[in-house]
Design a protein around this ligand. Structure first.
Ligand code: MN
Length: 214
């Protein structure tokens, strides 16, 4: 659903996967994808809704004893929900994701020096995330351009304003069933299922300030 209606407190919804759970085989197995989406992402959505409703209740009662707990939950679960919503869409079955679109390719050339240079930095950043986190190519409207960042957990190490465009989840739950401790093998394989058409579309929308997750 494309809409500009604001999402009320507690009303976030787990988005459906844009493909069947076995669509990314053999790169990402159906069991990993199912657990990742139906359990992990769903919990981030549920806990984001809980935090928003708890804060709504706190406002009503004027009781902010647990403000630190709920504000932390907003940051962690809200960021987790956003990143996973982008993660599902920026992947596609092998051979269907196309090549970087004209705007994406132009920015990667201009800022990173080309697709191969961008890939080298992205893969290095993803491999080097300390603990659980992400590699994130995002559009920062404050700078009118793309930037490549790591995230620890879902919310640490960001730049304010960044809209994620291409994201790689390197939490162990994203790859451990199939790749065990070989994060590098997962990232190499993941690179082959990037949905560049989706990246181009979200980049253009983000640059226009109209991006939505659903
Ligand atoms: Mn995840």
């Amino acid at each position: 659903m494309e809409s500009n209606m604001p999402i009320a407190a507690g009303m976030h919804v787990l988005p459906a996967l844009p493909y069947p759970t076995n669509a990314l085989e053999p790169i990402i197995d159906a069991e990993t994808l199912t657990i990742h989406h139906d359990k992990h992402h769903k919990k981030y959505v549920d806990d984001l809704n809980s935090a928003e409703l708890a804060l709504e209740s706190a406002r009503r009662q004027g009781d902010y004893r647990f403000i630190r707990y709920w504000e932390d939950a907003l940051a962690f679960n809200g960021s987790g929900h956003i990143l996973h919503s982008v993660y599902w869409r920026c992947m596609a079955p092998r051979g269907t994701g196309g090549e970087p679109g004209q705007y994406t390719a132009r920015y990667l050339d201009w800022y990173f020096g080309g697709l191969e240079q961008f890939k080298a930095q992205f893969v290095a950043a993803a491999n080097a995330v300390e603990g659980s986190g992400w590699a994130i190519l995002g559009y920062n409207p404050a700078f009118f351009r793309l930037e490549l960042l790591q995230a620890e957990k879902h919310q640490n190490l960001t730049q304010w304003g960044l809209m994620p465009i291409l994201v790689c989840d390197v939490w162990e739950h994203a790859y451990y069933l199939k790749y065990k401790n070989d994060r590098a093998a997962y990232i190499d394989a993941w690179w082959t299922i990037i949905n560049w058409n989706d990246v181009e579309e979200r980049f253009i929308k983000a640059a226009q300030g109209v991006v939505r997750l659903d």
